[in-house]
Structures are given as C-alpha cells and as structure tokens.
Design a protein around this ligand. Sequence first.
Ligand SMILES: [Fe+2]
Length: 267
Amino acid sequence: MIDIHHHLLPGIDDGSRDIAISVAMVQMAVDEGITHIVATPHANHAYSYDRARNQALLDEVRAALPAATAERITLGLGCDFHLNFENVEDAQKNRDRYTINGTEYLLIELPDFNIPTRIEEVLYNLRVAGLTPILTHPERNQTLQRTPERLQEWIASGLLVQVTAGSVTGTFGSKAKDMAWSLLRSGSVHFLATDAHDTLRRPPKMLEAWQQVEKRMGKAVADQVCVNNPLSVFEGRPLPPSAMVVERNDASADVGSPFWRRLFRHS
Ligand SMILES: [Fe+2]
C-alpha cells in the first residue's frame, strides 16, 4: 500500500514529536504492508512550510531507520496544504514547493467544520496553474456531511478525493464512516491514506481499511484506492482507469456548467 498523507516529520507540526516517534511510525507502516509514505507537514497559520527544511528532516528520518526497515520503504515529500490566501498565491507561483514529490499533485486540507468561501474559484485557479488538487478527508468535514451534493458536484467536475483509512473503519465516528462508505460506493474515492500523526491516537494504519474495502467491494477496488492510484501520484503519473462499478446517484451531472467546471477536468 502507498500512503500519500502522513505527518511523519519530527517536531514541525502536530504530527511526530521527535525522530524516535518518526522511526516508530515508519516501522508501524511497514508492518502494515505500506511500501511508500509521503511526509505531508501542514502549511497553515499555525505551522509554516519550508521545503528545504522539510527535505532535510526527511533525510534525517531516512538515515535513522534500521537497515531492514529502510529496505522496505520509500519516502517522499508533500504538504498538507491549507487554502489560505498567502498559500494559494505562493503555490500558483511556486508549484513544486508544495506538491507531492514535485509532481502536479497537491493535497488540500479543509477545516473540520466549514468550507472556505469561493473554494470552487480557488481550486479552479490552482488547476489553471498546473496543479492537480487532491481534497483530503471530506468525509470528516461537518459542512460536507450535511451537504454531500456539493462535494459530488466537485467530484463530477474532476476533483480527486482522499478519504482517511480510519474513517472507513469507524475511528472518526459514525458520520465520517457513513460518508466514507457512501463515497466509496458511488465511486467517488480516489485514495485512502492514514493521515497519521503518531503511533497511538492517530497511527499509520491502513490494512484494516484495505481488508474491509476488499471484503465489501472487491480486491480491484481496494487495490485501486490503496495501491494503484496513490502509486501513480507518488510517481507523478496520470491515474489508471477506474476499477469501480459505480453506484452513482449523481444529480450534479445534470446541473449547469459553472465557469470552473471545464478546466477542472483531468482529460
Ligand atoms: Fe493531515
């Protein structure tokens, strides 16, 4: 499995506190069957994002791994990108500063409760700048839990979606779990990821989610969201064709064509 969302770097955000915890997080991920991790520190008002510093920290983590662990994991660098004005301005000018491994793919985090104003326009402008936004854990956002049709419209327009593995298994509560499975059943999930922050409360666990998706939706779908799609992102390739048999109740497909819709598409 490939984990594209993991707060692995020590001491710079609300993720790993120190290098020993970072090493333990990698070990736990390897034991789960994870082969690639993207370290994605926050870039928001609380935590600044310095690509060179983060790359140096990633190198430190890699150097601290026991040889047997290092052999079994590939580490990459991205960002848990908050949609504030300064960030968006900077990302449009400096694409590679925030994206996963310098590819076009950019993780976008939402607040837990609300939706930033004019989000459609912001996502559109990022797309125009050559970035491919991946919306992280919409199933945990209380506004989207109440208005899932808004998310479905974005997805119909080509937005990529990452759901947290813990939402699938229920560790984020019943509302997040219900929405995670609803999104999976409608073919609206492109990636599962751990969004790990430590080894206890928010551990890098993904295997149980893979198993549950495999049991309910088949191995092809589980592999698509846990392996094939995230590996394409890690390596900067287009996503492979979908393996999902979609149960889409997609009213948004018939709505008008907002100005941002056309360029939001991936092909
Ligand atoms: Fe995160």
